[in-house]
Each structure stands twice: as C-alpha cells, then as structure tokens.
Design a protein around this ligand. Structure first.
Ligand code: SAM
Length: 160
C-alpha cells in the first residue's frame, strides 16, 4: 500500500466526491478560522464531507465548543456518533509560557495571511498581547499556564 502526500487548500480539495472512507482534521479548523474566518471553517467542513464516501467517518478535533461543531455539521449529510472532550495535561511556568507565546504570535501572523509588513507586525502585536493577557490571567488564578484546550473531538458518519 502506498500513500500520497497532497498539499492543497482544505476549502477546495482536489479530490472527487466520495473518495475517502475516513477524513480527519486535527487542530486545522482553528487555523483556517484565523486565515479565512467562519466562512472558511464552514467551507472546509462541507468539503471534508463532500470527499467522504457514504458510510465514511469524519473526525474533527479542535478547541471549538461542542455546540459549534454541532452547528457546523447541522445542515450536512452526517450523523454525529461520538463527542469527547479532553484537557491538555501541560503546566508551564512564566519562562516557558513567554517563549511559547512569542512563537505562537509569529505563527498567528503566518496563518492570518496578511501581505503588508506593517499590518503583519500590527497583527503580531495584537495576537501577542491577547495571549499575554490570557497567560497573566492563568498565572494569577492557577499558578501555571496551559497553552491550549480543552480540545473537543466529534466523530460523524456520512449518511447514504
Ligand atoms: C495547528 S496546525 C495542526 C497540524 C496537524 N494537524 C497537527 O495536529 O499537528 C494547523 C495547520 O492547518 C494548516 N492550514 C491553515 N489553513 C489551511 C487551509 N485552508 N487548508 C489546509 N491547511 C490549512 C496550517 O498551515 C497548519 O499547518
């Protein structure tokens, strides 16, 4: 058995309808949201269902609330068969958290796909200050920083 690696936009995949028996997207939707907003997320989920064969399984995992997954899948030909939630077992102190946040803010800029350099720096500063505020809140209230989560997973089966 061979595997092919294909680089493409999840909102418009170069695959025919019903190509795959399973489709999974792990921590992808939140990055699609940064670059393409709610419409991009909706398009990617609809596209994932399009390329799924009837009876095939869709697995979505992200930080979105479970209700948001339900809303995303609501009008699509799938039945949700499982939902799970899990907190990340990571506890960072200030030094590691500050370093990580510096890198996350750079990653945010890459995902935001802003062309202009001044706007890129503005985007980085805004993302960084939001993340610092959240880090300070966590350090104050619980004494450590958890960078993500909890994550939620939804498993849905394509009808047909
Ligand atoms: C947080 S990473 C998760 C990657 C991987 N699933 C993992 O668990 O390590 C999100 C990925 O989504 C990619 N991404 C963002 N927008 C995308 C799009 N429209 N189509 C396909 N991938 C996209 C980003 O480039 C990034 O590699």
């Amino acid at each position: 058995m061979t595997a092919a690696l294909v680089q493409a936009d999840a909102r418009r995949m170069p695959f025919a309808e019903g190509t795959f028996g399973s489709v999974s997207c792990f921590l992808g939707l939140q990055d699609i949201e940064i670059g393409f907003g709610e419409e991009g997320v909706r398009d990617a989920v609809a596209e994932a269902v399009r390329v799924l064969s009837p009876g095939g399984m869709l697995v979505l995992l992200d930080e979105f609330p479970l209700k948001r997954f339900d809303a995303l899948l609501d009008k699509l030909p799938v039945t949700v068969i499982d939902r799970r939630e899990r907190a990340l077992d990571v506890r960072w102190g200030r030094q590691v958290a500050e370093r990580a946040i510096g890198l996350y803010a750079q990653g945010w800029v890459a995902q935001a796909r802003v062309a202009d350099q001044v706007a890129q720096e503005q985007t980085r500063i805004e993302a960084h200050s939001r993340m610092v505020a959240e880090m300070e809140r966590q350090l104050d209230t619980q004494g450590y920083y958890v960078p993500f989560g909890p994550v939620r997973m939804v498993v849905a089966q394509k009808v047909g």
